[in-house]
Ligand binder design. Structure first.
Ligand code: PLP
Length: 447
């Protein structure tokens, strides 16, 4: 597997190198030059397999020759030791619950695989590194949990003080050991900007920094597997399938784009956002402008005003977008619009959807999942297209108990994994949004 940079100004690298370095030296994002494709028969053969086995079989083809077979099998079975329920809502609609991992968000799928792959390569070479990651809530906890206790990897997580819930924060601040949490007096985009600047900073090269955000290709590849899995499970009836994905930084959606490239007959990818509507606006007008500062919405893990993965989407459609959001080569907009439907969902609509889905179907969803459901309903109303659809629930409703209870009257039950952190002590450091202070901090902490 060879990977190129979306800025087209860096050498091609191996999967191992892309995984360990995260960002390309030209500040672009790594993308696979080609991917294998899965035939109907192969996808059929996944029908009765558990998730871990599907993951192993998909990855052994995607990462062919990169990781020895026995290790890959052990890694996938260890990473995916939890359920991936497909819950039927009505005849043509399923909810895929991606919230059964240890931190109860879909980020566990990517973080657990990436952590184990990184450890595999670092052990082989007897090296160590520090993961720097910015989070709007769920990445930080998933990454911290996935790397917790590994000896050769330290993790530093930056989160925006006012944009994460108490429960999300506790999942990052109660671990200790090799995990450090920093509360930043700013927005998610500020945290992300500081992390990106640190990666590009020559003075910090010796610190062996790496990323674990959705900019890392090691997170993207695992996020394509559940789209293959769900299609295989439901494949008795659909010729084609529609996926509806609540999106923020668009890593999850890119996983779906990769799954389509690998042969899943996906008729439409619906990607719904909250009131940070830069992507639907871009698709309708062809003009991109980031939203600064990003807006605070109920679906807080999607409060992203400038999604990094947009550069990858544009690359797949033949265009070039740099990390600032400048487009130097237009992608094929007609094809993009044909493949992808994107819409913005307000907080009021999000609440209404939580209520309606509970009252009509007795199905409990939280704000992120509700954005996905609403996007699907809107697409169906506009297009009249009733193709079988799977909409993704990306977090456990118990992570957002106030909103869920306000709309449904139900107090969602806390999974054991979340219950455990409630009473533990918290440890964190505090920083502002000035890069020099962050740089000093890193030099002192790691130097
Ligand atoms: C991160 C996250 C999202 C958005 O996923 P992206 O890959 O950033 O688009 C949606 N829902 C939840 C619960 C998340 O944690």
């Amino acid at each position: 597997m060879k990977l190129y940079s979306t800025n087209l100004n860096a050498p091609e690298v191996s999967f191992q190198e892309a995984l360990i370095t995260g960002l390309a030296p030209d500040r672009g994002l790594y993308m696979p030059k080609s991917l294998p494709s899965f035939s109907k028969e192969e996808i059929d053969s996944f029908k009765d397999a558990p998730y871990s086995e599907v993951a192993y079989r998909v990855l052994s083809k995607v990462l062919e020759g990169e990781v020895d077979d026995e290790s890959l099998k052990a890694i996938t079975y260890e990473a995916y030791n939890y359920d991936v329920p497909l819950e039927q809502v009505d005849e043509q609609t399923y909810i895929m619950r991606l919230d059964r991992g240890p931190t109860a968000s879909f980020k566990d799928f990517a973080a657990r695989m990436m952590a184990r792959l990184m450890q595999y390569y670092l052990n082989k070479e007897n090296r160590s590194l520090t993961i720097l990651t910015a989070t709007s809530g769920d990445t930080g906890s998933a990454v911290a949990d996935a790397f917790y206790g590994l000896d050769n990897i330290k993790v530093i997580v930056l989160f925006p003080t006012d944009e994460v819930s108490d429960r999300q924060r506790k999942q990052m601040t109660t671990l200790g050991k090799n995990i450090t949490a920093i509360s930043v007096d700013g927005k998610f985009d500020d945290c992300q900007a500081m992390v990106k600047q640190a990666f590009a900073d020559e003075d910090l090269k010796h610190l062996n920094l790496s990323s674990a955000n959705s900019i890392n290709i090691g997170r993207l590849v695992p996020q394509s597997i559940y789209y293959i899995y769900a299609y295989a499970k439901l494949r008795d009836y659909p010729e084609e399938i529609i996926y509806s994905i609540p999106s923020g930084n668009f890593g999850n959606m890119m996983g779906c784009v990769l799954a389509r490239t690998m042969g899943v007959p996906i008729k439409k990818i619906i990607t719904s956002v909250n009131e940070n509507d830069e992507v639907p606006t871009f698709l309708s007008t062809g003009k991109y402008s980031k939203i600064v500062p990003s807006k605070n919405c109920l679906s807080n893990a999607m409060n992203v005003g400038h999604p990094s993965n947009l550069a990858r989407l544009i690359a797949i459609y033949g265009g070039v977008m740099d990390e600032q959001g400048n487009i130097s080569k237009e992608p094929d907009m007609d094809k993009l619009r044909n493949d992808i439907y994107s819409t913005s969902v307000t907080d009021a609509e999000t609440k209404e959807t939580i209520k309606d889905i509970f009252e009509t179907y007795n199905v409990l969803i939280e704000p992120h999942g509700a954005v996905g459901v609403k996007g699907l309903l809107e697409f169906r109303a506009q297009s009249g297209d009733n193709t079988l659809a799977v909409t993704l629930e990306t977090a456990d409703p118990a992570k957002f108990p106030e909103h869920v209870k306000a709309q449904t009257g139900v107090e969602p039950e806390l999974p054991d994994s979340l219950n455990k952190v409630e009473s533990k002590d918290e440890f964190m450091d505090y920083l502002g949004t000035e890069y020099p202070a962050f740089k000093n901090y890193l030099q002192e902490k790691l130097g």
